[in-house]
Design a protein around this ligand. Structure first.
Ligand code: NAD
Ligand code: TYD
Length: 334
């Protein structure tokens, strides 16, 4: 039985990954270490009744909690992070603390307990702008937001633990995910849930900024493949679908699928440091691990819209709680 410590498993990608792993593997045990910040939601895994799964509430910055959890595991998949660019512009310190220092605490414990695999979940945001072509693994890291910069620090710190201490680290840099259980501060769930309620869809700047969009299950599969493989210590894998879409493309698709008018789109002031284009070249993971996304963008967005339409009891409480104060601050017009 392989024992895997998943950090941040109550968040969006983490909870999808926990379910994916327990469904795909009989010989895996999972410990989920999560602080339950505003983005960590026990509802995401409330239906999981599996003896191979255990939850520990705790902070990745807390050495004693981390040491205990790591001592019981063979491998680590490190998702826990502050993740929203707009919040990083308001509260950069929280990002440096969790994303950089929290990663350091986890790496130290992994070194002490000699874990066999450490998969560090980085992001394509570490590259900054993809100028002229999608970013490649060896491109310079030019992060533009405090979120991206904190993730870049964590990404290179993880690499340094491979170079310096021989820790078996592999790093993934995935593009923008979407799918069930994504906190509605991010573009797709925000636009879907606002459109369902006939509320405006706030488009930053011109709306022509593009991202490479991937369905969360396809990302989970890529992480599983990286975790299973023993040959890529110290390496980085980009993960992306190649489906580059602008904010305007996405808003139009969601509005037309929900039969809502285009005039729900509302152009608002741009995000400071807004990255025009994030996109990755994912040839390495396709060639070396045989990974390929299984879903097409339109079909997977429809699946996602249907999920939010069918699960209002999941997102309505979120949108009326802490989120409401955040939303008023973020989107108020001076
Ligand atoms: P999320 O914000 O939905 O979830 C983050 C989780 O981490 C939450 O459950 C939260 O409670 C937990 N957490 C936060 N601080 C913690 C701390 N100090 N200690 C323990 N737990 C803590 O994030 P997500 O979208 O699921 O992203 C997961 C990871 O994937 C992050 O590392 C992110 O940088 C990376 N990533 C995300 C995307 C994306 O599109 N969402 C793309 C590429 C990479
Ligand atoms: P987001 O989901 O925050 O992901 P990231 O900034 O990490 O890529 O945003 C995706 C794109 O959507 C980005 O170009 C910013 C834009 N956006 C809006 O236009 N309006 C919004 O309300 C949000 C949240 C994002």
């Amino acid at each position: 039985m392989k024992r895997v410590l998943v950090t941040g498993g109550m968040g969006f990608i983490g909870c999808n990954f926990v379910k994916y792993m327990l469904r795909e593997h009989d010989d895996v045990k999972i410990i989920n270490l999560d602080k339950l910040t505003y983005a960590g939601n026990p509802e995401n895994l409330k239906d999981l009744k599996d003896k191979r799964y255990a939850f520990v509430e705790g902070d990745v910055c807390d050495k004693s909690v981390v040491d205990k959890a790591v001592s019981k595991c063979d491998a680590i998949v490190h998702f826990a992070a502050e993740t929203h660019v707009d919040r990083s512009i308001m509260y950069a310190g929280d990002f440096v603390t969790t994303d950089v220092f929290g990663t350091f605490v986890l790496l130290e414990a992994a070194r002490k307990h000699k874990v066999q695999r450490f998969v560090h979940i980085s992001t394509d945001e570490v590259y900054g702008e993809a100028v002229g072509r999608p970013s490649k693994e060896n491109d310079a890291l030019m992060p533009k937001s405090p979120y991206a910069a904190s993730k870049a620090g964590a990404d290179r710190l993880a690499f340094s633990y491979f170079c310096t201490y021989g820790l078996p680290v592999t790093i993934t840099r995935c593009t923008n995910n979407y799918g069930p259980y994504q906190y509605p501060e991010k573009l797709i769930p925000l636009f879907v849930t606002n459109a369902i309620d006939d509320l405006p869809l706030p488009v930053y700047g011109t709306g022509r900024n593009t991202r490479d969009w991937i369905f969360v299950e396809d990302h989970c599969q890529a992480i599983d493949m990286v975790l299973e493989s023993n040959d890529f210590e110290g390496e980085v894998f980009n993960v992306g679908s190649g489906e580059e879409k602008s904010v305007l493309d996405i808003a139009s698709l969601i509005l037309s699928y929900l039969n809502k008018p285009d005039d729900l789109m509302r152009f608002v002031k741009d995000r400071p440091g807004h990255v025009t284009r994030h996109a990755v070249n994912a040839a390495k993971i396709r060639k070396r691990l045989g990974w390929a996304p299984r879903r097409t963008f339109e079909a997977a967005v429809r699946t996602t819209v249907d999920w939010y339409r069918n699960n209002p009891e999941w997102w309505r409480p979120i949108k009326s709680g802490e989120f409401k104060k955040y939303y008023e601050k973020q989107y108020r017009t001076e």
